[in-house]
Ligand binder design. Structure first.
Ligand code: HEM
Length: 395
């Protein structure tokens, strides 16, 4: 077996796993890690596109229940952790609100408005860290707006979401945040039940399929998942797309002058540097992946980040090339759990890149600051993005 290890948790934020994944794809595409005292069963990890695609589509053999095991105490009933018919019913109750046609209506009144407000603050400055000032704030504010959380409560809502997400590491704080978020949302939910206002909450509390509605446990489980699933992920890809532009002024000029290229820029960023590089499953029966025996009950990690750089699918897959022929990638996963928010993410990312190109002309890396890098093992993106531009005043 090739040397292929998961770095210790405290090294995840700065990790650079792509070279290791490339070697694994060539030498040992399904990696078995023996069990230990804490987790007695061996874990299997896939690194090719074909294996990732097969595992994620074969939901009978590879259950998503593992996703609920760790997070359920903090997030409640998680769609991400359900299988089969139960998952299908839950998902279909919330899916309507996330269709591309439903999402479009948020673009002018919310997505563009949030971007304009954030960019107004920095456009006259001429230089800023775009992670601190734009990317880390934008998707959080959009999701709070979609849910109907008033602007002044965004930071509080985001803090709870983070504490819930880190619940497994700090259970007391995670449980307290989980309860506080429900307490905060209860009056909003009651108001929308009495009088729908056309926002996401109104849609969720009144959604009905085959006479079935979302239970409170599932409604709050869904609302608790939205920020970790939708904000943490989108803001990191936004940062990577802007880094690709600011770091290559010829590419920046090309895209700035031909906005039909923005969609290709976003898709290539999602392939080349997805923010979510791995997803988890558990084998429900004795099976095999790519000739490697996987006993029932064993965890299977799908490195969709590694799959997205498989040379079998993309020529010269390690390089960033917005002109490559588009074939579908796995940034949003595939199969029954494929990202519910992918249309929203694409709308946000395209609007975000367009707004930055409009408002921060001649965007370039700030030569007086350390060069930013995209880093991370499970979640990737630039931690800082110091840039300069030709300062403009007013809107
Ligand atoms: C670039 C941004 C995003 C990336 C890279 C991303 C990635 C993913 C991936 C890989 C999965 C599949 C997980 C699995 O199979 O176990 C997923 C599922 C999910 N995502 Fe996203 N996501 C993004 C944005 C969003 C947004 C904006 C939202 C909502 C506001 C969202 C909500 C969800 C939900 C609810 C699921 C679970 C779906 C299910 O279990 O059926 N995501 N996402």
């Amino acid at each position: 077996m090739t040397e292929f290890t998961t770095p210790p948790y405290d090294e995840w934020d700065d990790a650079q796993p792509y070279a290791m994944w490339a070697r694994a794809r060539r030498e040992c595409p399904v990696v078995e890690t023996p069990g230990n005292d804490w987790a007695p069963q061996p874990t299997f990890a896939t690194t090719t596109f074909a294996d990732a695609d097969r595992v994620l589509r074969d939901a009978e053999t590879f259950s998503a229940s593992i996703n609920g095991e760790v997070m359920a105490p903090f997030m409640g009933e998680l769609m991400l952790g359900l299988d089969g018919e139960e998952h299908r019913r839950y998902r279909s109750l919330v899916a309507q609100a996330f269709k591309r046609s439903s999402i479009e209506r948020w673009k002018p009144e919310l997505v563009d408005a949030v971007l304009a407000r954030l960019l107004d603050e920095i456009a006259p400055l001429g230089r800023a860290d775009l992670v601190e000032t734009i990317t880390s704030k934008f998707p959080v504010q959009v999701i709070c707006g979609i849910v109907g959380v008033p602007l002044e409560d965004h930071e509080r809502f985001n803090a709870w979401a983070e504490q819930i997400n880190f619940g497994p590491l700090n259970p007391d704080e995670g449980l307290a945040a989980s309860a506080a978020m429900v307490e905060y949302l209860e009056p909003l939910v009651a108001a929308r039940r009495a009088e729908p206002t056309g926002d996401l909450l109104s849609e969720l509390v009144h959604a009905e399929i085959d006479g079935e509605r979302l239970t409170d446990a599932r409604l709050y489980g869904f609302l608790r998942l939205l920020l970790p699933a939708g904000a943490e992920t989108t803001y990191r890809v936004f940062g990577s797309a802007l880094l690709a532009l600011a770091g290559d002024t010829a590419l920046r000029d090309r895209v700035a002058n031909d906005r039909s290229l923005v969609a290709a820029l976003i898709e290539e960023t999602l392939r080349w540097e997805t923010s979510v590089t791995m997803v988890s499953r558990r084998a429900t029966a004795d099976t095999e992946i790519n000739g490697v025996a996987v006993p029932a009950g064993c965890p299977v990690t799908v490195y969709n980040g590694a799959a997205n750089r498989d040379d079998e699918r993309w020529p010269d897959a390690e390089s960033f090339d917005i002109d490559r022929e588009h074939v579908s990638h796995l940034a949003f996963g595939t199969g029954p759990h494929q990202c519910l928010g992918m249309h929203l993410a694409r709308v946000e990312l395209e609007a975000g890149v367009n707004a930055v190109l409009d408002r921060l002309p001649d965007l370039r890396l700030d030569p007086d600051e350390p060069a930013p890098v995209i880093a991370g093992f499970a979640f990737r993106g630039p931690q800082t993005l110091p840039v300069a531009w030709t300062a403009t005043s007013g809107v």
